[in-house]
Design a protein around this ligand. Structure first.
Ligand code: NAP
Length: 244
């Protein structure tokens, strides 16, 4: 429970599964009015069944016009979590144009677009706000077969810094969390092979992957007044992976 969040309004993208779903539920538990955004209606239906107060919007945020339409009447938002992302693993020499466009559309372009829509409202109201972009350890460390995913997360880190620079004067803070592996649907794409996961685990000083809750706690911290002077940082949630 984080008292500074009570009575605020939040929008979380990719809230159907994994980290986004857990973040939406944690914010609701803090007394926040939460709008859960994802592209699979059945995920939103089950979320509302679990949490009847959850508000939902079903949209594919890689579709610019559909997103514009879906978010135009969303009302005042104080807290934004840009969490939705996708991953396709390919060796560098086999990366396709299709995979490149798909990953950049969801992981980067939609972060920019959703943030523009929400931050314009924050700026107009003049009451500030906080934005957390969910990046990855992959933004700062090369991982085999992750060329495009790493590039998208590097872009998210840098986009975040420029957003922090330009939105800071409007009392809007923008930061990233950069998790190591979390065994969600997305995490399992890359790390369910025990040989590969053992190699990654051996590079994490804490000797374990992150739990969804570890990432959610970092997001809540960066959204709350406890981080009131933190703006433009990339916060690893990686058991020391990036330090080693
Ligand atoms: P996840 O379990 O696959 O959940 C991702 C959510 O985003 C799903 O609900 C998905 O919906 C939604 N989504 C994807 N594309 C979308 C789109 N175009 N429009 C709307 N919603 C969309 O993934 P996760 O592991 O929780 O990942 C969350 C964030 O953490 C991502 O930014 C990821 O890069 C980052 N991260 C994850 C790990 C890890 O190991 N898991 C590590 C570091 C960083 P559908 O299922 O319907 O597609």
């Amino acid at each position: 429970m984080e008292p500074s969040l009570a009575c605020k309004r939040a929008l979380v993208t990719g809230a159907g599964k994994g980290i986004g779903r857990a973040t939406a539920k944690a914010l609701l538990a803090c007394g926040v009015e939460v709008i859960a955004v994802t592209r699979t209606q059945s995920d939103l239906d089950s979320l509302v069944q679990e949490c009847p107060k959850m508000l939902t919007i079903c949209v594919d945020i890689s579709n610019w016009e559909a997103t514009e339409n879906a978010l135009k009447d969303v009302g005042p938002i104080d807290l934004l979590v840009n969490n939705a992302a996708v991953s396709i693993l390919e060796p560098f020499l086999e990366v396709t144009q299709e995979a490149f466009d798909k990953l950049f559309n969801v992981n980067v372009k939609a972060v920019l677009h959703v943030s523009q829509i929400i931050a314009k409202g924050m700026k107009c109201r003049g009451e500030g706000g906080a934005i957390v972009n969910v990046s990855s350890q992959a933004s700062q460390c090369a991982l085999k077969d992750h060329a495009v995913y790493c590039a998208t997360k590097g872009a998210v880190d840098m986009l975040t810094k420029v957003m922090a620079l330009e939105l800071g004067p409007h009392k809007i803070r923008v930061n990233t969390v950069n998790p190591t592996v979390v065994m969600t649907a997305l995490g399992r794409i890359a790390w369910s092979d025990p040989v590969k996961s053992a190699g990654m685990l051996s590079r994490i000083p804490m000797g374990k992957f992150a739990e969804v809750e570890d990432v959610v706690n970092a997001i809540i911290f960066l959204l709350s007044d406890k981080s009131a002077m933190i703006n433009g940082v990339t916060l690893p949630v990686d058991g020391g992976f990036l330090a080693s």
